[in-house]
Ligand binder design. Structure first.
Ligand code: KG4
Ligand code: ZN
Length: 347
């Protein structure tokens, strides 16, 4: 049977993305047009500029996605796009482009939840995907959450952030340290700075960083950011970066271990842990999080294995949007034309 081929568009934040993926798990193309050139001078995403840049670049992203896939629109069976959550004006660009293409060409359409797409990426990239249900830590620029994924359509929120998302905190601390928006953005610039020429790590400094909201399930990063601001006055950029990054990851490890225990108390033993979203491309975080799984099991049975998508599919892309739409296309569960963006759409 011929595989089902999806063209997907994504424009929820500052990357203009288009990709072609088919139901036999082949990524035919993955185009990500970064807007670093646009936002660099603001040292953060400047929403009006992002909307204009998406509008300018989306046609080229679609053209390139088809070209790389060596396909034309005749080969495309369905069109997917990110419907939310994200910045309203930015979402509108992919929403409009995808629906107009689908309507003009008479193709079926699916609007995708961006956070579900981050969560489901692992079911595409792992040859032997983690079974449902599994526990997913989503850490991106707009969200920090622990979610129990029961199926492609069923998500149960275990914990979220009381204030800001960790990606945002990384960005703001990087700016505080005077780092510049590099090739991969501010968060990645902080990681680079913290690991550059370093034979020390955060444990070597005699400075105590707070673990926020101890004893509670939820995350909080605002206080850690304030604390970092105070301690970095007397430190080098690298030291400051290392201390912040290590404290942030300790919080993730703590909350993840708590969530695993919470799930076990409710008679659910997570078979796997998945970490995804832009911050999950951080290599220090990856080197530390498997301890959380081991610690939570405390000798009882095998610790659940920790899975990460490849770093380039942790940050925003349209491959994940195409993949998250696939089960709906295959079930014939498609959307009408004329959908609106849903900026605050929950997972
Ligand atoms: O998932 P994503 O690409 O976009 C959203 O859906 O938000 O996540 C972007 C966030 C940004 O805040 C960015 O600074 C952060 O992920 N990020 C990182 C790294 N790469 C991206 N944070 C820490 N270390 C990284 N290597
Ligand atoms: Zn994202």
């Amino acid at each position: 049977q011929k595989p089902f081929t999806v063209l997907a568009l994504e424009s929820s934040a500052d990357d203009t993305c288009a990709a072609v993926v088919s139901s036999d798990r082949v990524m035919h193309s993955n185009i990500v047009l970064k807007q670093n050139d646009v936002h660099k001078k603001y040292n953060g995403i400047h929403p009006p500029s992002a909307i204009y840049a998406h509008t300018e670049r989306m046609p080229s992203a679609v053209q390139q996605a088809l070209l790389h896939a060596r396909m034309s629109m005749e080969d495309i069976d369905g069109i997917a796009f990110t419907q939310g959550p994200g910045m309203g004006g930015c979402l509108a660009v992919a929403c409009n482009a995808a629906q107009t293409l689908a309507a003009a060409l008479g193709k079926p359409l699916v609007g995708v939840n961006h956070m579900r797409a981050h969560a489901l990426t692992i079911t595409l990239t792992e040859p032997d995907p983690p079974p449902f249900p599994h526990l997913t830590l989503l850490v991106s620029g707009g969200h920090t959450m622990l979610v129990l994924v029961n199926s492609e359509e069923e998500y149960q929120m275990i914990a979220t952030t009381a204030d800001e998302a960790l990606g945002e905190t990384f960005d703001r601390v990087a700016a505080m340290l005077g780092l510049e928006w590099g090739e991969r953005g501010l968060g990645a610039a902080l990681e680079e700075c913290a690991s550059s020429h370093s034979d020390t790590d955060a444990d070597d400094y005699d400075i105590k960083m707070p673990t926020m909201l101890p004893g509670q399930d939820g995350f909080s990063f605002c206080g850690l950011r304030g604390h970092t601001k105070r301690v970095i006055q007397t430190l080098t950029k690298r030291e400051g970066g290392q201390l912040f990054q290590a404290a942030a990851v300790v919080q993730l490890t703590d909350k993840l271990a708590r969530a695993i225990k919470t799930c076990r108390r409710s008679a659910f033993w997570p078979k796997a842990i998945v970490v995804s979203g832009g911050v999950a491309s951080n290599m220090y975080l990856r080197s530390r999080l498997h301890f959380a799984s081991a610690a939570a099991h405390a000798g009882e049975g095998e610790p659940a294995p920790v899975y990460y998508p490849p770093p380039n599919l942790c940050t925003d892309n349209a491959v994940m949007i195409a993949w998250a739409s696939m089960h709906r296309f295959l079930a014939g569960d498609t959307d009408p034309y004329g959908l609106r963006p849903l900026p605050g759409w929950k997972i």
